[in-house]
Design a protein around this ligand. Structure first.
Ligand code: NAD
Ligand code: DAU
Length: 341
């Protein structure tokens, strides 16, 4: 049956990939993207679907109750998928305030609208960072949905607070919610402040590649389309009130990733520069995806060796997209973050 879905944060990295997937897989659905267009949101990303009659873009802040309620009144959504967030750990260490505002208060505002207007499903896009980190010398340990919340950064704390609020709205008000906690994504439209696109952009410009600490921290990388497909399954078939971890057992050290990018671009390893470590830097993330596999049949489809080649090629083919981003205020951020690191 045709549905109307509000996708918040749909002008960002994962949200835009989700919008594309939904319009492709559910051609009778109406997809409404609500996005504030912060530094991380880019309307040009949505250019290919702007004229699709099943798509509507609305510029608004998820914390703006009046604007959010107005949109719910107009569109009467069946499902809300909340991607909107401040998402970069380093920025949260520099200035936590906006993370608390958007990630916690924004989530509450969206759920209040869901309560007021009625909803079939509210889905919260969360992160594996709510579980904190795992030691490097215990490869047998993984995050399950039962792993205690134990956060490290203002970013992950704000995401964890939002998750607790979502579960509280389910228990207290009976709001039909689901939560997904995914590992690190990579792929097209990834904002160049994050590890993989930053290293690609710097390598192409023959600039130093700033690796934090010794580069031995481990992340569990998943191709973005696989994350989006998992969310599609959860909003349609997932059990209300449940949390689902998403990840594909693809753990890599940061230095492995950086060297792989240099190899693919045929650039020298002498570009690698070790810089001061991130404060409170999480050591290792690793997801146990047994629950989503057993309940919903989800498995990742793109293996890392293919995904990273496709991603590097995408950045080579879409220089306009990211060169435009890094030419503006991003330069001030880069100088603040890496200038005398
Ligand atoms: P992103 O930073 O690329 O995009 C965030 C989007 O949200 C942008 O379009 C921005 O304009 C919008 N936004 C920010 N504040 C807003 C507000 N107040 N109102 C409306 N829109 C607002 O982020 P991403 O990497 O695509 O992450 C999306 C979600 O997925 C986040 O909730 C993040 O916590 C979660 N997540 C990300 C990853 C990852 O590896 N990137 C992994 C797991 C979970
Ligand atoms: O695990 C999911 C999370 O993944 C999401 O919730 C976050 O929104 C997303 O940003 C990401 O967080 P990370 O902190 O893991 O991603 P980031 O790309 O910032 O860094 C990945 C690793 O690379 C981390 O160990 C820090 C390191 N790093 C990062 C940058 C930007 C570097 O060594 N140098 C860098 O310049």
């Amino acid at each position: 049956m045709a549905k109307t879905i509000i996708v918040t944060g749909g002008a960002g990295f994962i949200g835009s990939n989700f919008v594309f997937l939904m319009l492709k897989e559910h051609s009778d659905y109406r997809i409404i993207c609500l996005d504030k267009l912060t530094y991380a949101g880019n309307l040009s990303t949505l250019e290919p679907v702007m004229n699709n009659p099943n798509f509507r873009f609305v510029k608004a802040d998820i914390c703006d109750r009046e604007a959010v309620y107005k949109l719910f009144e107009e569109e009467k959504p069946d499902i809300v998928v909340n991607f909107a967030a401040e998402s970069h750990v380093d920025r949260s260490i520099e200035d936590p305030g906006i993370f608390l505002q958007t990630n916690i208060m924004g989530t509450a505002t969206l759920m209040d609208a869901c309560r007021k207007y009625g909803i079939e499903r509210y889905h919260q896009v969360s992160t594996d960072e709510v579980y904190g980190d795992l030691p490097l010398d215990r490869p047998d340990l993984f995050f399950t949905e039962e792993t205690p919340i134990h956060t490290s950064s203002p970013y992950s704390s704000s995401k964890a607070a939002a998750d607790l609020l979502v579960l509280a709205y389910h228990r207290t008000y009976g709001l039909p919610v689901t939560i997904s906690r995914c590992s690190n994504n990579y792929g097209p439209y990834h904002f160049p402040e994050k590890l993989i696109p930053l290293m690609i952009a710097n390598a192409l410009a023959d600039k130093p590649l700033p690796v934090y600490g010794e580069g031995l921290n481990v992340r569990d990388w998943l191709y973005v389309e696989d994350h989006c497909k998992a969310i599609d399954l959860i909003i349609h078939n997932g059990r209300v009130g449940e949390v689902y971890n998403i990840g594909g057992h693809n753990e890599k050290t940061n230095i492995y990733i950086v060297k792989k990018i240099l190899e693919l671009l045929d650039k020298p390893e002498s570009l690698i520069t070790y810089v001061t470590d991130r404060k409170g830097h999480d050591l290792r993330y690793a997801i146990d995806p047994t629950k989503i596999h057993n309940e919903l049949g989800w498995l990742p489809e793109t293996m890392f060796d293919d995904g990273i080649v496709k991603t590097v090629q995408w950045y080579l083919d879409n220089k306009d997209w990211w060169e435009n981003i890094i030419s503006g205020e991003y330069q001030d951020y880069y100088e603040r973050m890496y200038g005398d690191r």
